[in-house]
Write a protein that binds this ligand. Structure first.
Ligand code: CP
Ligand code: NVA
Length: 302
């Protein structure tokens, strides 16, 4: 594994190796066991969109691993004034040991990897959010102990989260159901990928059908970053695609609820459901541990 651009590039065993290392790093952190596996290493973090979790978890994660992280805002970089990705990749590769980038187009992330000579990590694009799904899988395994045949249902927009959940969960042996309006389905290439998994994958516009007997219910905002102008129109399109007590009533009794956050309480999920499901905040914490594992795999010798 040279980069983390999207989960379809990883094998099932590579995903499991990252999760195992993430568990180890979480243990080491909790017990104050030194784990400076990236001493002297520098990670550049390019942000073209806002972030709370991704920025803070990568920055503190690098510090805990003995390295450093540089926050590089699009507003300050020459890339924001039109310097080509190709030149940026070549130059930054001479200073840094890795780059995490959050941007709009997946192609920009792939181009950084193509023209640079250091590991590139996708910290969210319009297409994918692989770091989030690694933390989600870590959390599911913590609560459920295994993946085999667990059913994850995603309710809402067929966006970057839906795309990455479909790929990540199917790869580790889970079943996946997606409930979204016909007008807002996941990426067609991802749906093609899912087809190979036969009846382990269900795509429907019926929320209750999708949530039936689910072990994990997942949702995300109706308007992602960059789609703020469509917020009103989207509120209409997604009316009914909410995780609430009715949705949970058809799932398994011990179903987990996950949300990548930030959440819009009262839209895609009710405040009550968030407040009754503290695993959502374990999920947020696990961003730190899962990403530290990715950093060590890509930039260290462990
Ligand atoms: N879930 C997630 O990526 O959060 P941020 O946008 O705060 O980084
Ligand atoms: N789909 C959301 C995820 C945020 C973590 C977005 O892209 O804004």
């Amino acid at each position: 594994m040279k980069h983390l651009l999207k989960l379809s590039d990883l094998s099932e065993s590579e995903i499991i190796e990252i999760l195992n290392l993430a568990d180890q790093l979480k243990y080491e952190k909790k017990h104050n066991i030194p784990h400076e596996y990236l001493k002297g290493k520098s990670l550049g973090m390019i942000f073209q969109k806002s972030s709370t979790r991704t920025r803070v978890s990568f920055e503190t994660g690098m510090y805990q691993l003995g390295g450093q992280a540089l926050f590089l805002s699009n507003r300050d970089l020459q890339i924001g004034r039109g310097e080509p990705v190709e030149d940026t990749a070549k130059v930054l590769s001479r200073y840094l040991d890795g780059i995490m980038i959050r941007t709009f187009e997946q192609k920009e992330v792939e181009d950084l990897a193509k023209y640079g000579s250091i590991p590139i990590i996708n910290g969210l694009t319009d297409y994918a959010h692989p770091c989030q799904v690694l933390a989600d899988l870590m959390t599911i395994r913590e609560y459920k102990g295994e993946f085999d045949n667990l059913k994850l249902t995603f309710v809402g927009d067929g966006n970057n989260m839906a795309n990455s959940l479909i790929v990540g969960c199917l790869k580790v042996g889970m079943r996946v159901a997606i409930a979204c309006p016909k007008t807002h389905q996941p990426d067609s290439g991802v749906l093609q990928f899912a087809k190979a998994y036969g009846d382990k994958f269900l795509m429907t516009d019926d929320v209750l059908q999708a949530c039936k007997d689910a072990d994990v219910i997942y949702t995300d905002v109706w308007a992602s970053m960059g789609q703020e102008g469509e917020a009103e129109e989207r509120k209409k399109a997604f009316a009914g695609y909410q995780v609430n007590d009715k949705t949970l009533a058809v799932a398994k009794k011990d179903a987990m609820v996950l949300h990548c956050l930030p959440a819009h309480r009262g839209e895609e999920i009710t405040a009550q459901v968030i407040d009754n499901h503290p695993e959502i905040f374990d999920e947020a914490e696990n961003r730190l541990h899962a990403q530290k594992a990715v950093l060590v795999k890509l930039m260290g010798h462990k």
